[in-house]
Write a protein of this length. Structure first.
Length: 389
């Protein structure tokens, strides 16, 4: 029996024990959303594996322009209704009208703005919280709306969620949740993400030094700082090439920055690529980089590691768990330390080879079936506690 089959069987057994036959996942965005990222991939992988275990899984998200309001994907149903912000109120009102039936359970994906599920759901329920948003509010919203977001995250939401069971992706994110939101450590479970099986080592690395970065082109990813850092690295690594993969509303601004830096001949922004194209880039890259300010987990870094490509990333919560510093990559502060780390890996082939071997070793420990089993275990435990009470 394969690891996948064992994981699916274990989830099915847990579902029977906890008497869970249907799970609704409420999330801000669907995987088909143009701005979908790690949070959406995480929800999709778990939903698909739970559905394979025989559970009726429904994901409730906001609308996606040009896409149908309901689809079936990999065994689970996606229902898309409500605009980017209206979805929160719609789900809240739907929750108030719906009385949880025996066998039903709920997963709330808290991605910045919460759905406040403790106020409207009375069945077994857990919350998936990837990370504290903190300074992301000011980077993404106007000053007034940012203050509202910060107040909700730091002041309003924590008391409401104090009795909720929370799943997060990394130990460093757990510490931030405890320290900044003052939620109880005993109610927070760390469940690391998995890695898609398509991420495997390739047969060749680029002949010229190649830096690859993958992510949404939004403020929190700090692609502007990465571009400026790459311009400085180019002075020491003349043959440097860079590919920044992703789409987002900062695209035009980043294109202009690249032109201003006279870097348009060696830094490219190809947009959102197909899966096999991303894998190919990871395999050919000398190093994968991330200058992100906030991450629940550096998914692109572990994906690249599975391809045998080391990383250089900012020393933040989430990155600290995705990257074994000095083993699978290098963590560095923004600015000169980050630049120096990139130059070191790009210029020293022996160091790069050692980090590549470490990256493969670290990546081997991540598996989506295990992730789905552990997350369902938290939900099943909550359901059993409710029965005991």
């Amino acid at each position: 029996m394969s690891n996948q089959e064992r994981g699916v069987d274990a989830i099915a057994e847990l579902a029977t024990l906890a008497q869970i036959s249907k799970v609704t996942i409420v999330a801000w965005r669907d995987l088909d959303d143009p701005e979908a990222g790690g949070s959406e991939l995480h929800a999709h992988r778990i939903a698909a594996i739970w559905a394979k275990a025989g559970i009726d899984v429904v994901m409730r998200t906001s609308m996606v322009a040009g896409q149908p309001t309901s689809i079936v994907r990999d065994g689970y149903t996606v229902v898309r209704r409500g605009g980017r912000y209206a979805v929160f109120l719609q789900v809240f009102m739907e929750g108030l009208r719906h009385r949880a039936k025996p066998g039903e359970a709920l997963i709330e994906t808290w991605n910045g703005m919460p759905f406040f599920s403790p106020l409207w759901y009375r069945g077994p329920r857990i919350v998936v919280l990837h990370h504290v948003h903190g300074p992301m509010w000011k980077m993404s919203l106007s000053r007034g709306l940012a203050r509202v977001g910060e107040a909700i995250e730091k002041l309003l939401a924590p008391p409401i969620y104090r009795s909720s069971e929370i799943v997060t992706l990394s130990e460093s994110s757990k510490m931030e949740i405890i320290e900044q939101m003052h939620l109880s450590a005993s109610r927070i479970t760390v469940v690391p993400p998995g890695i898609e099986p398509r991420f495997v080592p390739g047969s060749r690395v680029s002949s010229d030094p190649l830096v690859v970065a993958v992510g949404r082109l939004v403020p929190v990813k700090q692609f502007d700082l990465l571009i400026k850092a790459l311009v400085e690295v180019k002075k020491s690594v003349p043959k440097l090439q860079a590919v920044l993969v992703g789409e987002g509303y900062l695209r035009r601004e980043l294109e202009m920055l690249i032109i201003e830096c006279d870097a348009d001949s060696w830094i490219t922004l190809p947009g959102r690529l197909e899966d096999d194209e991303v894998v190919s880039l990871y395999q050919r890259a000398t190093v994968v980089a991330s200058a992100s300010l906030r991450e629940g987990w550096g998914m692109t870094l572990t994906e690249a590691a599975a391809c045998g490509t080391p990383s250089v990333a900012t020393d933040i919560a989430g990155h600290r768990d995705a990257v074994a510093d000095g083993v699978s990559g290098i963590l560095a502060a923004e600015g000169q330390p980050f630049i120096a780390a990139l130059i070191s890996v790009l210029s020293n082939n022996e160091e790069r080879q050692e980090l590549a071997a470490g990256a493969l070793s670290v990546a081997a420990g991540f598996n989506w079936d295990r992730t789905a089993e552990l997350a369902f275990g938290v939900l099943a435990s909550e359901a059993l506690r409710r029965v005991a009470r």
